[in-house]
Write a protein that binds this ligand. Structure first.
Ligand SMILES: Nc1ncnc2c1ncn2[C@@H]1O[C@H](COP(=O)(O)OP(=O)(O)OP(=O)(O)O)[C@@H](O)[C@H]1O
Ligand SMILES: [Mg+2]
Length: 391
Protein backbone atom coordinates (compact mmCIF):
# COMPACT_ATOMS: atom_id res chain seq x y z
CA UNK A 1 0.00 0.00 0.00
CA UNK A 2 1.42 3.38 -1.02
CA UNK A 3 -0.79 5.24 1.37
CA UNK A 4 -0.35 5.56 5.10
CA UNK A 5 -4.12 5.52 5.52
CA UNK A 6 -6.91 4.63 3.18
CA UNK A 7 -10.49 5.65 3.92
CA UNK A 8 -13.03 3.88 1.74
CA UNK A 9 -16.66 4.86 1.64
CA UNK A 10 -16.81 5.62 5.37
CA UNK A 11 -20.05 6.75 6.98
CA UNK A 12 -20.67 7.43 10.65
CA UNK A 13 -24.06 7.96 12.18
CA UNK A 14 -24.91 9.43 15.56
CA UNK A 15 -28.10 9.12 17.49
CA UNK A 16 -29.43 12.10 19.36
CA UNK A 17 -31.57 11.04 22.27
CA UNK A 18 -34.40 13.35 23.15
CA UNK A 19 -35.38 12.02 26.52
CA UNK A 20 -32.13 11.86 28.33
CA UNK A 21 -33.58 12.94 31.64
CA UNK A 22 -36.59 10.66 31.60
CA UNK A 23 -37.30 8.80 34.79
CA UNK A 24 -36.53 5.14 35.18
CA UNK A 25 -40.22 4.50 35.50
CA UNK A 26 -41.10 5.96 32.12
CA UNK A 27 -38.13 4.16 30.53
CA UNK A 28 -39.47 0.89 31.91
CA UNK A 29 -42.94 1.79 30.66
CA UNK A 30 -41.53 2.25 27.17
CA UNK A 31 -39.82 -1.11 27.69
CA UNK A 32 -36.45 0.56 27.46
CA UNK A 33 -37.01 2.01 24.02
CA UNK A 34 -35.51 5.45 23.87
CA UNK A 35 -36.63 8.14 21.45
CA UNK A 36 -33.87 9.22 19.18
CA UNK A 37 -33.08 10.81 15.89
CA UNK A 38 -30.24 9.74 13.65
CA UNK A 39 -27.97 11.85 11.59
CA UNK A 40 -24.88 11.24 9.54
CA UNK A 41 -21.74 12.95 10.81
CA UNK A 42 -19.75 11.39 7.95
CA UNK A 43 -21.18 10.33 4.64
CA UNK A 44 -19.39 8.24 1.98
CA UNK A 45 -15.95 9.59 2.76
CA UNK A 46 -13.11 8.43 0.50
CA UNK A 47 -9.58 9.61 1.20
CA UNK A 48 -6.08 8.42 0.50
CA UNK A 49 -3.52 9.85 2.91
CA UNK A 50 -0.08 9.42 1.36
CA UNK A 51 2.96 8.26 3.30
CA UNK A 52 5.22 10.98 4.63
CA UNK A 53 2.87 13.84 3.86
CA UNK A 54 1.15 16.36 6.09
CA UNK A 55 -2.53 16.12 5.34
CA UNK A 56 -5.00 18.78 6.54
CA UNK A 57 -8.74 18.71 7.17
CA UNK A 58 -10.73 21.94 7.05
CA UNK A 59 -14.45 22.66 7.32
CA UNK A 60 -17.16 24.41 9.30
CA UNK A 61 -17.87 23.65 12.93
CA UNK A 62 -19.73 20.37 13.05
CA UNK A 63 -18.67 19.32 9.55
CA UNK A 64 -17.24 16.04 10.88
CA UNK A 65 -13.50 16.72 11.12
CA UNK A 66 -13.07 15.46 14.69
CA UNK A 67 -15.34 12.51 13.97
CA UNK A 68 -13.16 11.54 11.01
CA UNK A 69 -9.98 11.86 13.09
CA UNK A 70 -11.52 9.69 15.80
CA UNK A 71 -12.36 7.08 13.17
CA UNK A 72 -8.75 7.25 11.91
CA UNK A 73 -7.54 6.82 15.51
CA UNK A 74 -9.97 3.89 15.92
CA UNK A 75 -11.67 5.54 18.85
CA UNK A 76 -14.90 5.47 16.84
CA UNK A 77 -16.00 2.67 14.55
CA UNK A 78 -17.62 3.70 11.26
CA UNK A 79 -21.10 2.36 10.54
CA UNK A 80 -20.01 1.41 7.06
CA UNK A 81 -16.90 1.53 4.95
CA UNK A 82 -13.34 0.65 5.72
CA UNK A 83 -10.21 2.30 7.08
CA UNK A 84 -6.82 0.70 6.60
CA UNK A 85 -3.52 2.04 7.89
CA UNK A 86 0.14 1.21 8.03
CA UNK A 87 2.27 1.94 11.05
CA UNK A 88 1.86 3.02 14.63
CA UNK A 89 -0.64 5.79 15.20
CA UNK A 90 -0.44 8.42 17.92
CA UNK A 91 -3.23 10.91 18.40
CA UNK A 92 -3.82 14.14 20.22
CA UNK A 93 -7.50 14.66 19.82
CA UNK A 94 -8.91 16.71 22.65
CA UNK A 95 -7.69 19.05 25.29
CA UNK A 96 -6.45 16.83 28.11
CA UNK A 97 -8.11 13.71 26.74
CA UNK A 98 -6.62 10.60 28.21
CA UNK A 99 -5.24 12.31 31.30
CA UNK A 100 -6.20 11.30 34.79
CA UNK A 101 -6.71 14.38 36.92
CA UNK A 102 -5.56 12.89 40.20
CA UNK A 103 -2.33 11.46 38.81
CA UNK A 104 0.87 13.45 38.46
CA UNK A 105 2.19 14.61 35.11
CA UNK A 106 4.87 11.91 35.41
CA UNK A 107 2.35 9.10 35.95
CA UNK A 108 0.22 10.39 33.10
CA UNK A 109 3.20 10.35 30.74
CA UNK A 110 3.79 6.67 31.58
CA UNK A 111 0.11 5.84 31.33
CA UNK A 112 -0.30 7.62 27.99
CA UNK A 113 2.91 6.16 26.63
CA UNK A 114 1.83 2.64 27.46
CA UNK A 115 -1.56 3.23 25.82
CA UNK A 116 0.36 4.29 22.73
CA UNK A 117 2.25 1.00 22.81
CA UNK A 118 5.57 1.89 24.45
CA UNK A 119 7.28 -0.22 27.08
CA UNK A 120 8.35 1.30 30.39
CA UNK A 121 11.92 1.29 29.16
CA UNK A 122 10.93 3.10 25.92
CA UNK A 123 9.26 5.77 27.98
CA UNK A 124 12.20 6.03 30.40
CA UNK A 125 14.40 6.79 27.40
CA UNK A 126 12.10 9.54 26.13
CA UNK A 127 10.86 10.93 29.41
CA UNK A 128 13.23 13.88 29.71
CA UNK A 129 12.55 14.97 26.13
CA UNK A 130 8.83 14.80 26.71
CA UNK A 131 9.01 16.92 29.85
CA UNK A 132 11.42 19.46 28.49
CA UNK A 133 9.50 19.89 25.22
CA UNK A 134 6.38 20.57 27.30
CA UNK A 135 8.40 22.93 29.52
CA UNK A 136 6.98 21.29 32.63
CA UNK A 137 10.12 20.29 34.54
CA UNK A 138 8.96 22.03 37.71
CA UNK A 139 5.43 20.68 37.62
CA UNK A 140 5.87 17.11 36.45
CA UNK A 141 5.22 15.65 39.90
CA UNK A 142 2.09 17.71 40.59
CA UNK A 143 -1.32 16.23 39.83
CA UNK A 144 -2.46 17.37 36.40
CA UNK A 145 -5.70 18.69 37.89
CA UNK A 146 -3.59 21.65 39.04
CA UNK A 147 -2.37 22.33 35.50
CA UNK A 148 -3.65 25.19 33.40
CA UNK A 149 -5.27 24.18 30.11
CA UNK A 150 -2.11 25.33 28.30
CA UNK A 151 0.00 22.98 30.42
CA UNK A 152 -2.39 20.11 29.63
CA UNK A 153 -2.10 20.68 25.93
CA UNK A 154 1.67 21.01 26.03
CA UNK A 155 2.06 17.74 27.89
CA UNK A 156 -0.44 15.87 25.70
CA UNK A 157 1.18 17.16 22.54
CA UNK A 158 4.65 16.40 23.81
CA UNK A 159 3.75 12.78 24.59
CA UNK A 160 2.01 12.34 21.23
CA UNK A 161 4.97 13.56 19.21
CA UNK A 162 7.78 12.08 21.28
CA UNK A 163 6.54 8.50 21.06
CA UNK A 164 7.75 8.60 17.45
CA UNK A 165 4.63 7.35 15.75
CA UNK A 166 4.50 6.62 12.03
CA UNK A 167 1.24 8.54 11.83
CA UNK A 168 0.34 11.49 14.03
CA UNK A 169 -3.26 12.70 14.26
CA UNK A 170 -3.75 16.17 15.72
CA UNK A 171 -7.02 17.98 16.34
CA UNK A 172 -6.99 21.76 16.71
CA UNK A 173 -4.06 22.26 19.05
CA UNK A 174 -1.93 24.39 16.78
CA UNK A 175 -3.41 27.57 18.09
CA UNK A 176 -2.91 26.61 21.70
CA UNK A 177 0.22 27.34 23.69
CA UNK A 178 2.24 30.52 23.74
CA UNK A 179 4.17 31.70 20.71
CA UNK A 180 7.34 29.96 21.79
CA UNK A 181 5.52 26.64 22.13
CA UNK A 182 3.76 27.10 18.79
CA UNK A 183 7.08 27.76 17.11
CA UNK A 184 8.63 24.63 18.60
CA UNK A 185 5.56 22.60 17.63
CA UNK A 186 5.77 23.75 14.02
CA UNK A 187 9.47 22.86 13.99
CA UNK A 188 8.58 19.43 15.33
CA UNK A 189 6.00 18.99 12.55
CA UNK A 190 8.65 19.95 10.03
CA UNK A 191 11.05 17.42 11.53
CA UNK A 192 8.32 14.80 11.38
CA UNK A 193 7.89 15.47 7.72
CA UNK A 194 11.65 15.33 7.12
CA UNK A 195 11.70 11.95 8.88
CA UNK A 196 9.09 10.71 6.41
CA UNK A 197 6.30 10.43 8.96
CA UNK A 198 2.67 11.12 8.19
CA UNK A 199 0.62 13.82 9.91
CA UNK A 200 -3.12 14.39 9.71
CA UNK A 201 -4.06 17.72 11.18
CA UNK A 202 -7.35 19.55 11.75
CA UNK A 203 -7.36 23.28 12.27
CA UNK A 204 -9.34 26.44 11.72
CA UNK A 205 -6.03 28.34 11.48
CA UNK A 206 -6.15 28.45 7.68
CA UNK A 207 -2.91 30.37 7.20
CA UNK A 208 -0.91 27.81 9.16
CA UNK A 209 -2.71 24.96 7.40
CA UNK A 210 -1.80 26.40 4.05
CA UNK A 211 1.89 26.62 4.90
CA UNK A 212 2.26 23.31 6.69
CA UNK A 213 0.09 20.92 4.67
CA UNK A 214 1.03 19.07 1.48
CA UNK A 215 -2.59 18.27 0.79
CA UNK A 216 -5.92 19.40 2.23
CA UNK A 217 -9.42 17.94 2.26
CA UNK A 218 -12.54 20.05 2.79
CA UNK A 219 -15.39 18.50 4.77
CA UNK A 220 -18.88 19.94 4.65
CA UNK A 221 -21.82 18.36 6.48
CA UNK A 222 -19.94 15.07 6.64
CA UNK A 223 -19.05 14.92 2.96
CA UNK A 224 -15.81 15.65 1.17
CA UNK A 225 -16.22 18.71 -1.05
CA UNK A 226 -12.67 18.75 -2.35
CA UNK A 227 -9.20 17.29 -1.88
CA UNK A 228 -5.95 18.62 -3.24
CA UNK A 229 -3.52 21.50 -3.26
CA UNK A 230 -3.79 23.44 0.03
CA UNK A 231 -3.91 26.86 -1.61
CA UNK A 232 -6.66 25.83 -3.97
CA UNK A 233 -8.83 23.99 -1.44
CA UNK A 234 -8.39 26.54 1.36
CA UNK A 235 -9.08 29.34 -1.11
CA UNK A 236 -12.34 27.70 -2.16
CA UNK A 237 -13.30 26.94 1.42
CA UNK A 238 -12.54 30.49 2.61
CA UNK A 239 -14.50 31.83 -0.36
CA UNK A 240 -17.50 29.69 0.55
CA UNK A 241 -17.34 30.81 4.17
CA UNK A 242 -17.23 34.42 3.05
CA UNK A 243 -20.14 34.23 0.64
CA UNK A 244 -22.36 32.17 2.94
CA UNK A 245 -22.54 35.10 5.33
CA UNK A 246 -26.11 36.26 5.66
CA UNK A 247 -25.10 39.67 6.98
CA UNK A 248 -25.09 42.79 4.87
CA UNK A 249 -21.68 43.82 3.61
CA UNK A 250 -19.66 46.30 5.57
CA UNK A 251 -21.42 49.59 6.05
CA UNK A 252 -20.82 53.17 7.14
CA UNK A 253 -19.25 56.26 5.72
CA UNK A 254 -15.82 54.59 6.00
CA UNK A 255 -13.49 57.57 6.55
CA UNK A 256 -12.06 55.24 9.22
CA UNK A 257 -12.37 51.47 9.19
CA UNK A 258 -11.88 48.55 11.53
CA UNK A 259 -9.32 46.48 9.63
CA UNK A 260 -9.28 43.46 11.94
CA UNK A 261 -10.17 42.15 15.35
CA UNK A 262 -7.73 39.70 16.88
CA UNK A 263 -9.01 37.63 19.76
CA UNK A 264 -6.42 35.96 21.94
CA UNK A 265 -6.40 33.98 25.14
CA UNK A 266 -3.49 33.19 27.39
CA UNK A 267 -2.30 30.52 24.99
CA UNK A 268 -2.46 32.03 21.55
CA UNK A 269 -4.55 33.71 18.88
CA UNK A 270 -8.13 32.95 17.82
CA UNK A 271 -8.58 30.62 20.74
CA UNK A 272 -9.16 31.01 24.44
CA UNK A 273 -10.43 29.09 27.41
CA UNK A 274 -13.62 29.52 29.35
CA UNK A 275 -12.93 31.61 32.45
CA UNK A 276 -9.51 32.79 31.32
CA UNK A 277 -8.25 36.25 30.42
CA UNK A 278 -9.10 37.18 26.83
CA UNK A 279 -8.12 40.18 24.72
CA UNK A 280 -9.97 41.64 21.78
CA UNK A 281 -7.58 43.78 19.81
CA UNK A 282 -9.34 46.12 17.38
CA UNK A 283 -7.09 47.45 14.62
CA UNK A 284 -8.22 50.47 12.67
CA UNK A 285 -7.12 52.66 9.85
CA UNK A 286 -8.23 56.24 9.23
CA UNK A 287 -7.93 58.29 6.02
CA UNK A 288 -8.34 61.52 7.97
CA UNK A 289 -8.74 62.57 11.62
CA UNK A 290 -12.11 61.31 12.80
CA UNK A 291 -13.51 63.03 15.88
CA UNK A 292 -15.60 61.82 18.80
CA UNK A 293 -16.02 58.17 17.90
CA UNK A 294 -16.31 55.01 19.95
CA UNK A 295 -15.60 51.36 19.25
CA UNK A 296 -18.27 48.74 19.80
CA UNK A 297 -17.76 44.99 19.75
CA UNK A 298 -20.65 42.58 19.58
CA UNK A 299 -20.10 38.95 20.48
CA UNK A 300 -22.64 36.48 19.20
CA UNK A 301 -23.14 32.79 18.55
CA UNK A 302 -22.74 31.31 15.08
CA UNK A 303 -26.52 31.25 14.79
CA UNK A 304 -26.78 34.92 15.62
CA UNK A 305 -27.73 35.21 19.29
CA UNK A 306 -26.17 38.37 20.69
CA UNK A 307 -24.35 37.64 23.94
CA UNK A 308 -22.59 40.88 24.71
CA UNK A 309 -22.15 44.38 23.34
CA UNK A 310 -19.11 46.19 24.68
CA UNK A 311 -18.57 49.82 23.91
CA UNK A 312 -15.52 51.96 24.51
CA UNK A 313 -17.85 54.94 25.03
CA UNK A 314 -17.69 54.60 28.80
CA UNK A 315 -14.16 55.96 28.75
CA UNK A 316 -15.19 58.86 26.52
CA UNK A 317 -15.45 59.13 22.75
CA UNK A 318 -12.10 59.97 21.22
CA UNK A 319 -10.48 61.19 18.07
CA UNK A 320 -8.76 58.76 15.74
CA UNK A 321 -5.72 60.36 14.17
CA UNK A 322 -5.13 59.82 10.47
CA UNK A 323 -3.14 56.60 10.06
CA UNK A 324 -3.37 53.22 11.77
CA UNK A 325 -3.96 52.32 15.36
CA UNK A 326 -5.37 49.76 17.72
CA UNK A 327 -7.36 49.53 20.90
CA UNK A 328 -7.89 46.52 23.14
CA UNK A 329 -10.78 45.26 25.18
CA UNK A 330 -9.40 43.12 28.00
CA UNK A 331 -11.78 40.67 29.66
CA UNK A 332 -10.22 39.23 32.81
CA UNK A 333 -12.35 36.05 32.97
CA UNK A 334 -14.25 35.20 29.81
CA UNK A 335 -17.74 34.14 30.91
CA UNK A 336 -18.57 31.99 27.86
CA UNK A 337 -18.87 28.22 27.72
CA UNK A 338 -16.89 26.20 25.17
CA UNK A 339 -17.90 26.89 21.57
CA UNK A 340 -17.26 29.07 18.56
CA UNK A 341 -18.27 32.72 18.64
CA UNK A 342 -18.46 35.56 16.15
CA UNK A 343 -17.37 39.17 16.59
CA UNK A 344 -18.91 42.19 14.85
CA UNK A 345 -17.22 45.57 15.19
CA UNK A 346 -18.52 49.08 14.66
CA UNK A 347 -17.01 52.50 14.80
CA UNK A 348 -19.64 55.13 15.51
CA UNK A 349 -20.20 58.66 16.75
CA UNK A 350 -22.27 58.44 19.93
CA UNK A 351 -23.32 62.11 19.75
CA UNK A 352 -25.57 61.58 16.71
CA UNK A 353 -25.44 57.81 16.10
CA UNK A 354 -23.56 58.22 12.82
CA UNK A 355 -21.92 54.93 11.76
CA UNK A 356 -18.40 55.43 10.51
CA UNK A 357 -17.79 51.75 9.85
CA UNK A 358 -19.54 48.50 10.54
CA UNK A 359 -17.66 45.22 10.01
CA UNK A 360 -19.91 42.22 10.54
CA UNK A 361 -18.35 38.85 11.28
CA UNK A 362 -14.91 40.42 11.40
CA UNK A 363 -13.55 37.57 13.53
CA UNK A 364 -14.40 34.17 14.91
CA UNK A 365 -12.88 32.62 18.00
CA UNK A 366 -12.99 29.26 19.69
CA UNK A 367 -13.49 28.91 23.43
CA UNK A 368 -12.14 25.67 24.87
CA UNK A 369 -13.54 24.18 28.05
CA UNK A 370 -11.66 24.99 31.26
CA UNK A 371 -9.50 22.11 32.51
CA UNK A 372 -11.70 21.86 35.59
CA UNK A 373 -14.88 22.21 33.52
CA UNK A 374 -17.94 20.83 35.23
CA UNK A 375 -19.42 20.20 31.79
CA UNK A 376 -21.69 23.26 31.95
CA UNK A 377 -23.82 23.74 28.90
CA UNK A 378 -25.71 26.80 27.73
CA UNK A 379 -23.98 30.02 26.77
CA UNK A 380 -22.74 31.56 29.96
CA UNK A 381 -20.07 30.14 32.26
CA UNK A 382 -21.24 31.13 35.73
CA UNK A 383 -17.89 30.25 37.29
CA UNK A 384 -19.65 29.33 40.52
CA UNK A 385 -18.72 26.84 43.20
CA UNK A 386 -21.04 24.34 44.83
CA UNK A 387 -20.86 24.54 48.58
CA UNK A 388 -22.53 22.15 50.93
CA UNK A 389 -24.50 23.98 53.56
CA UNK A 390 -25.10 20.93 55.72
CA UNK A 391 -27.95 18.42 55.72
N1 LIG B 1 -20.85 11.46 20.28
C1 LIG B 1 -21.68 12.18 19.53
N2 LIG B 1 -23.02 12.00 19.59
C2 LIG B 1 -23.87 12.72 18.83
N3 LIG B 1 -23.47 13.65 17.94
C3 LIG B 1 -22.15 13.87 17.82
C4 LIG B 1 -21.19 13.16 18.60
N4 LIG B 1 -19.94 13.61 18.25
C5 LIG B 1 -20.13 14.54 17.30
N5 LIG B 1 -21.45 14.71 17.05
C6 LIG B 1 -22.03 15.60 16.04
O1 LIG B 1 -21.47 15.24 14.78
C7 LIG B 1 -21.26 16.39 13.98
C8 LIG B 1 -19.81 16.45 13.59
O2 LIG B 1 -19.06 16.76 14.75
P1 LIG B 1 -17.49 16.95 14.74
O3 LIG B 1 -17.09 17.12 16.17
O4 LIG B 1 -16.87 15.85 13.98
O5 LIG B 1 -17.33 18.31 13.95
P2 LIG B 1 -16.02 19.19 13.68
O6 LIG B 1 -15.90 19.36 12.22
O7 LIG B 1 -14.87 18.60 14.42
O8 LIG B 1 -16.42 20.59 14.32
P3 LIG B 1 -15.52 21.70 15.09
O9 LIG B 1 -14.88 22.53 14.02
O10 LIG B 1 -16.53 22.50 15.86
O11 LIG B 1 -14.54 20.98 15.97
C9 LIG B 1 -21.73 17.57 14.81
O12 LIG B 1 -23.05 17.87 14.43
C10 LIG B 1 -21.68 17.05 16.23
O13 LIG B 1 -22.63 17.72 17.04
MG1 LIG C 1 -13.74 19.25 16.01
Amino acid sequence: MDDAMLVEDVSKRFRIYHERNQSLKSAVMRRGRAQFEEFWALRDVDLAIPHGKTFGLVGHNGSGKSTLLKCLARILVPDSGRITSQGRISALLELGAGFHAELSGRDNVYLNGSILGLSRRDIDARFDDIVSFAGLEQFIDSPVKNYSSGMYVRLGFSVAINVEPDILLVDEVLAVGDEEFQRRSLEKFQQFRDDGRTVVVVSHALGTMQTMCDEVAWLDHGRILGVGDPEDIIGRYAGAVGTSEPEAPDGGSCEARVTSVVVSGEHGAATTVSGEATRFRVEWSADEDVRDVEHTLTIRTLDGVTLAVASSGGTGARTLKRGDGAVELVVPRLPLVAGTYVVDATLNRPADGHVVHRADHVAEFVVHPAADSDGSVGLVALGGTWVSTGR
